[in-house]
Design a protein around this ligand. Structure first.
Ligand code: GRF
Length: 192
């Protein structure tokens, strides 16, 4: 009897610039039988990104290209994405803004995780802003990427309570823990 191995997973690239805890978490998620994605490429604009170590650790191809000339960098990535047959991109702490033309080539196939309850606090320093404004609730959002920064359709959000003792650093930590649950859940929501 032929054994059914299930549907093929969607070949995915994760773009990072730093620590890569979301990357690691997505790699773990991708290995679960019911995960709709496999992680086949890690891209970073930062040669020193700590998260690049997960390339060796999990035997995943990596590509690094500085964004000093973003046009050249995007061209290089696009070629590689095509070559590797990548169909889906997860931005996970990727600190560069992709061009409109790049995003259009992957229209509806790029998602991002952002550490705030969008549309509140687009851009950087979300935790500092939340504390400064004495917010009681913060959170994280997974959304589709469009040419307008942090403005694409929201897929899932998770709230996190801010306590009086919270600092930007402690809040970031709390939110990151939720991010690690939210990103896989959002990907499941997209594909299931
Ligand atoms: C996360 O807080 C993510 O929401 C933001 O950048 C941070 C990346 O953390 N975009 P890590 O590199 O995944 O640990």
């Amino acid at each position: 009897m032929v054994k059914l191995t299930g549907l093929k997973k969607i070949k995915t690239a994760v773009f990072i610039s730093g620590t890569g805890s979301n990357l690691k978490n997505l790699i773990r998620f991708s290995k679960i039988k019911n995960s709709p994605i496999s992680i086949n490429l890690i891209f970073s604009n930062n040669f020193k990104a700590k998260g690049l170590k997960f390339s060796n650790q999990f035997n995943i191809k990596k590509k690094i290209s500085s964004f000093k000339d973003s046009k050249i960098a995007e061209k290089k990535i696009l070629n590689l994405l095509k070559k590797e047959n990548i169909k889906f991109i997860c931005l996970a702490g990727f600190m560069k803004i992709l061009s409109k033309s790049f995003i259009e080539k992957f229209n509806g196939k790029i998602v991002n995780i952002h550490p705030s309850l969008l549309p509140k606090y687009k851009g950087l320093d979300t935790h500092v802003k939340a504390i400064k404004n004495k917010d009681k609730i913060a959170g994280c959002t997974v959304h589709f990427v469009t040419a307008k920064l942090d403005s694409g359709k929201i897929i899932l959000q998770k709230e996190v309570k801010i306590s009086k003792k919270d600092t930007p650093a402690s809040l970031a930590k709390k939110i990151l823990r939720q991010e690690h649950k939210l990103y896989p859940a959002a990907i499941k929501k997209i594909f299931n």
